[in-house]
Design a protein around this ligand. Structure first.
Ligand code: ABU
Length: 473
């Protein structure tokens, strides 16, 4: 007989068994083949023992993102305390909109926001957990627009001047998506050139703003990046802030990736100038190892409620029996909202500032080690240095291509070889690593390191050896 509770009790042991050390990183199957293997149809119910077999199969073909060799994205190596928080948060299944349904979780979110605002140097601001960096980008633009044109909330964009957003060519694509979604149009985004390390050219930014003003347009927001997705570049935030101040433009810092450096006494100087921002986004689910999704949007001027509230009377009644300012949900664009702060709070509570800081230090140390190894190993060529975040980007040049003229044909081949090596690495389950072209650069690898205490320098050596071996097949 089926019993959901008995099934639930088994789940932790299933997860443990399916993520044992001897389980491969991935058993890759092409979608058409995987579709045939998995019993996906939900038309007819199945007995619990059959369900267990199917669930185990799902896990068998899922990527084990906690393994040191999962270096495919900017997350991986989940913090066990955060995972404990996530399990509890899911089990208690509540929404973060009102104090009455999430009393302790509400106070926890407020405490984390208070602490994080303090760390970023904007102690009088406000914040909200959002579903990810792209939604935080929407928040940033909405806040910038509301501060400049508060009537936009009632009247929309009718009658407003054409507003422009500035961001670097290496910045995250969420700027373009947000420009579309919010009615600016992607042509209202000015992409500013970067230097070879991936930092926005601040003189170009200044020039672009002046050009837009001369055209009668309204420069609304500059998005500076602290940790670009590929190279991990951190814009010169102080210089950007001066340009923003001179032109009266909102400064947002997309610190989704690099924002975690704020946890480290040794590396937080890399974020100098972030305390001048009007708004900041930070994803602890990336470098810091919190469970997805755990993402924060912070704003200097506490106008989140004013900008976003819709005052639904069935939910945010003003005559409740407790202090209604603890009903924080109307600051959000969401109605139902997960208790994501708890996943961060549990790990922070267990590790403290110092513990999280040393995890970041260790991560940067491993990345520096990897960069040195890549720089000195035959066949490897670094794309960009010095490191600002723990991203190590490089090409692997197979032996037969070395010492040849690096003309267009040569680079054309390099462009094809990098994804081929990735395919071999994935199929052999030795390493999952990202690759990408960037600006004039043909496809190269990005090894990004996150706060994963089990990743060692030996793992780094194994990863490079795996790339080498697959590159010579
Ligand atoms: N913001 C998305 C990052 C994607 C990646 O992990 O490369």
């Amino acid at each position: 007989m089926n019993n959901g509770h008995t099934f639930l009790n088994k789940v932790l042991s299933i997860i443990k068994e399916e993520t044992e050390d001897n389980v491969p990183l991935i058993q890759f199957k092409h979608p058409e083949d995987l579709e045939k293997i998995l019993d996906l149809s939900v038309l007819d119910g199945v007995p619990d023992d059959r369900l267990e077999t199917i669930v185990r199969q799902v896990l068998q073909y899922s990527v084990k993102t906690g393994k040191p060799t999962f270096r495919n994205q900017l997350y991986g190596g989940t913090d066990p305390y955060s995972l404990a928080g996530a399990v509890i948060a899911e089990a208690f299944n509540t929404s973060q909109y009102t104090f009455e349904v999430a009393p302790a979780f509400t106070l926890i979110e407020l405490e984390i926001i208070r602490h994080v605002l303090h760390l970023f140097g904007i102690p009088h601001g406000d914040g909200i957990f959002s579903p990810g960096g792209s939604v935080s980008m929407l928040y940033a633009i909405v806040q910038a627009r509301f501060q400049r044109f508060p009537q936009v909330k009632r009247e929309g964009m009718w009658g407003l001047p054409r507003m422009m957003i500035f961001t670097s060519e290496d910045s995250h694509y969420s700027v373009l998506k947000a420009a579309h979604w919010l009615g600016f149009g992607t042509e209202s985004v000015r992409m500013i050139k970067t230097n070879p390390q991936g930092q926005m050219l601040v003189e170009e930014l200044d020039k672009a703003i002046q050009e837009e003003v001369a055209l009668g347009r309204c420069p609304l927001m500059v998005n500076a990046t602290a940790g670009t997705t590929v190279l991990g570049a951190i814009d010169d935030l102080t210089a950007v802030s001066e340009v923003c101040k001179r032109h009266g433009v909102w400064m947002h810092v997309d610190g989704c990736w690099g924002g975690s450096l704020i946890l480290s006494e040794k590396y937080r100087h890399m974020l100098a100038g972030i305390e001048r921002a009007n708004s900041i986004s930070w994803n602890p689910h990336k470098m810091a190892g919190a469970v997805l999704q755990c993402s924060l949007f912070l704003v200097r001027r506490p106008a989140l409620h004013e900008a976003n509230c819709a005052a639904a009377t069935y939910l945010f009644q003003q005559d409740k029996f407790y202090t209604v300012r603890y009903d924080t949900g109307d600051k959000s664009v969401q109605c139902g909202r997960k208790t994501d702060a708890f996943k961060l709070w549990v790990m922070w509570k267990a590790r403290g500032d110092a513990g999280l800081g040393s995890l970041v230090d260790r991560t940067m140390h491993i990345a520096q080690h990897c960069l040195r190894a890549v720089s000195s190993r035959p066949g490897f060529r670094v794309v960009s240095q010095p490191l600002m975040c723990p991203n190590v980007c490089f090409w692997y040049i197979p032996a037969f291509m070395r010492g040849k003229e690096e003309d267009e044909k040569w680079w054309g081949l390099m462009h094809k070889i990098t994804p081929k090596i990735k395919e071999l690495l994935t199929l052999s389950a030795r390493l999952m690593v990202a690759y990408t072209p960037l600006r004039q650069h043909k496809n190269f690898f990005r090894l990004a390191f996150t706060c994963h205490p089990e990743v060692t320098t030996e793992h780094v050596a194994d990863m490079l050896e795996a790339i080498e071996e697959c590159g010579e097949m």
